[in-house]
Write a protein of this length. Sequence first.
Length: 130
Amino acid sequence: MNILVGYKGTNVGKALLDIAIKHAKAFDGKILIVTSFMGGEKTDGVEVAKAEKNLEQAKAYFADSGVESKTHMLVRGLEAGEDIVKFAKEENVGEIIMGVRSRSKVGKLIFGSTAQVVILGAHCPVLAVK
């Protein structure tokens, strides 16, 4: 089973990775570590470099735990939630694991919620880690 881990390297990073390891071992799964950027003017080169570093660190963490993983940096002109949902379907993912953070109602209205888009739009189960 392919397990998609939506990963930015912040907030719940280690807890997220540890849960993904448990699921991969339990379901003989392969982990797809995914970060998504809109691209163009909305994507900062410093952010991309940081994301690449975070993806490689996550891949090393999985390797140290004996779990197969592959990194994917998506830059396809889509909002992160839409991109993750689309990629999960393309890769026949059986589960999505992603971190969530608390935001005010106004913050969600203004900035949207990647987790909400993924939870409501995914074709497979989504595990949200706080």
